[in-house]
Design a protein around this ligand. Structure first.
Ligand code: ATP
Length: 635
């Protein structure tokens, strides 16, 4: 990043020379094409001579071709008919092998008075260079383009350095190297992630004091796999290991190995390892390792993805091949550990798996603190409040919230970033961009949306296991026309009651419309999709249906190409029936709940129509405090 600071530099590199050569060749081609004299017939030549317009004819005997130059006074006369200029010869004509030039030209001139006779030059052409050029120009241009494109591919389409030497370096690794003094991330830049940090501290120690371990005969682990959802700080953590141990950091993405040419991936793996060994001790970080490390042979028959398998085999071989005490430690990141090849995870390869989870409340607070270091915040700002209002956010989301809030405050010319800016940023990330064209909704549509959202809110408020409703809005955002914000409880285990009540909260919108309008609308598509997914996971995965029994048809190792179902047609019918039954039950529960609080429900919807945005306090004023589960009954 630092490189791009300041003014934009017009970088000069080899590509410019190639481009200039290609442009030059194209110019030459066009210049030759446009300079070509116009073709005419022998009969026209005779007419031109007869009208005294011809100055000279050069006849090339061995090519049976003549070049005709007009008198300068006659050029204008032919301009309307032919594309010619003053440049001579203006015309070229071809004759048959039977043509007798001496005889024909003599006849031509004999008809003219002596002083008007045309100058005739006969010659044999021995300069073949222009001909060769004509033949070669086009293939040369094609070759130039081909070479230029392959240079790009050779670099994997990236400007990441490493291999930059064109087609000949296509098999070179495209990884980025940060030397030890360039790695400026340490553990203090990585907030939270307590468990992961505890495990990774060990790796720093392996790099710093290898002798402590090798003296006792222990082998230093070769690699560790950082597993977790996107944006949780896996890359940051790997970089901080290099920063703490003060060693160089190689980083490459799994997809960088994959190329359309056979053997390139494997050769890039070899190259990466040989570079890393030369820089030992160092950290090699492979991001998104699932791009190459997917289990082999799973989709055989659909695509013969041999190239990826070869790359993976090479990776396995290299990991086996280097001495574990050589000081190279490989960290890899993925969020799909379930699809990785088992051979990659066995002892001696990525045998350590470090879980990098979404941050909890305390961790989110720390991450906010890290990212607020550089932001001018209001002194009153409560960081705990921010952490509380961002459940389910990853580190990257929090970094984004901080940046968005600062941008919003700057747009409003504020001196400090305050709480409202942060709340707006959170809303924007959760719900999408506010849409100003809310006027396109008719009054009737707006009323339906108000009742729909009030339905979600009231069910969420009254059922103890539903997440806390924190805000309801009628302002369209992203694809939604209205939104109800919840503060999810960060549970690790979810009970059946919990799931049923969540489905009821989702049904709140649809049921509200049915009660008020007497019919349903298309507005509940997203809710129904989620309800159906929840109900089918209860039946098919979690064994929560009495009729289907304690069975789970979840297959962690499945691929997109598993077409056969692990159950019979009869069970399939039973599953369908049970899913429908659960959804029906949730629908009835929701209808009864809203009907039994109809007055409050209508009040809530009217308040929403009036204010457009209502908060938890407004709901509490109508419905009383949020109904919570009994203290020791948290399911
Ligand atoms: P992906 O799986 O998508 O590659 P990742 O897990 O590697 O994501 P990073 O690239 O490490 O995530 O994180 C993205 C950004 O999020 C970081 O640059 C940092 O600003 C922020 N971030 C994530 N986690 C943390 C954390 N624990 N502490 C501080 N910042 C964090």
């Amino acid at each position: 990043m630092a490189k791009n600071k300041g003014t934009f530099k017009f970088g000069f590199n080899l590509s410019w020379i190639y481009l200039l050569i290609i442009a030059g060749l194209i110019y030459l081609l066009f210049a030759r094409m446009s300079a070509n004299p116009q073709k005419i017939e022998w009969a026209e030549v005779k007419e031109m001579v007869a009208t005294d317009d011809v100055d000279k004819i050069v006849f090339v005997r061995n090519d049976f071709r003549g070049e005709l130059s007009l008198k300068s006074s006659s050029v204008e006369k032919y301009k309307s008919k032919y594309k010619i200029t003053e440049k001579t010869p203006q015309f070229v004509f071809l004759v048959s092998t039977q043509f007798n030039p001496e005889e024909e030209f003599a006849t031509l001139n004999s008809a003219l008075p002596k002083d008007e006779q045309v100058k005739i030059v006969m010659e044999n052409e021995d300069n073949i260079f222009p001909k060769i050029l004509d033949w070669l120009l086009f293939p040369l241009i094609l070759l130039g383009f081909w070479f230029f494109m392959f240079r790009g591919i050779g670099r994997g389409g990236s400007n990441s350095g490493g291999a930059g030497g064109g087609i000949f370096s296509i098999g070179k690794s495209t990884g980025k190297l940060a030397d030890k003094d360039q790695v400026n991330v340490t553990f203090k830049d990585v907030a939270g992630l307590y468990g992961a940090k505890d495990e990774i501290v060990e790796i720093v120690d392996f790099l710093k004091n290898p002798n402590k371990y090798t003296a006792l005969g222990a082998k230093i682990p070769k690699g560790a796999l950082l597993v977790g959802p996107p944006g949780t700080g896996k890359t940051l953590l790997a970089k901080s290991v290099a920063g703490e141990a003060n060693v160089p950091f190689f980083s490459i993405s799994g997809s960088d190995f994959v190329e359309m040419f056979v053997g390139v991936g494997a050769s890039r793996v070899r190259d990466l390892f040989s570079k890393a060994k030369a820089k030992s001790p160092c950290i090699v970080f492979i991001d998104e390792i699932d791009a190459v490390g997917r289990a082999r042979g799973k989709n055989a028959g659909f695509s013969s993805n041999d190239e990826r398998e070869n790359t993976l085999n090479q990776l396995l071989t290299e990991m086996d091949g280097f001495d574990s005490n050589s000081g190279v430690i490989i960290l890899a990141a993925t969020n799909r550990v379930d699809i990785l090849d088992k051979a990659l995870l066995r002892a001696g390869r990525f045998d350590r798996q470090i879980k990098v989870e979404l941050p909890e409340l305390m961790e989110r607070e720390e991450i906010f603190q890290v990212h607020l270091r550089k932001i001018k915040i209001d002194k009153e700002l409560d960081i705990k409040f921010l952490a509380k209002h961002t459940p389910g956010f990853s580190g990257a989301d929090i970094a984004n919230v901080c940046n968005e809030a600062a941008l919003t405050a700057a747009r409003k010319n504020k001196l400090y970033v305050d709480k409202q800016d942060f709340l707006d940023a959170v809303d924007r990330i959760v719900g999408g961009l506010e849409r100003k064209e809310s006027t396109i909704l008719t009054e009737a549509e707006k009323t339906t949306i108000a009742y729909h959202e009030a339905g979600h809110a009231i069910v969420g408020w009254l059922l103890p296991y539903c997440d806390n409703v924190f805000k309801v809005s009628l302002i369209p955002r992203g694809f939604a026309l209205g939104l109800t914000w919840y503060l999810p409880d960060e549970r690790k285990i979810v009970s059946k009651t919990n799931m049923m009540q969540k489905m009821c909260a989702l049904f709140g919108g649809r049921v509200a419309e049915e009660i008020i309008n007497g019919e349903s609308s298309t507005g509940a598509l997203n809710d129904l999709e989620r309800i159906t997914a929840m109900a089918s996971s209860m039946v098919q995965y979690y064994g929560m249906s009495d009729k289907v029994g304690q069975l789970s048809y979840y297959n962690s190792g499945s691929t997109a190409f598993d077409f056969s179902k692990p159950y019979s047609e009869k069970t399939a019918e039973l599953i369908d029936e049970e899913i429908r039954q659960i959804v029906e039950e949730a629908h009835t529960m929701t209808t009864n709940l809203i009907n039994s609080h109809k007055d409050e429900f209508i009040k809530l919807a009217e308040l929403l129509l009036e204010k457009e945005v209502i908060l938890a306090e407004d709901i509490e004023a109508i419905l009383g405090p949020k109904v919570l589960p009994a203290e020791n009954d948290r399911k």
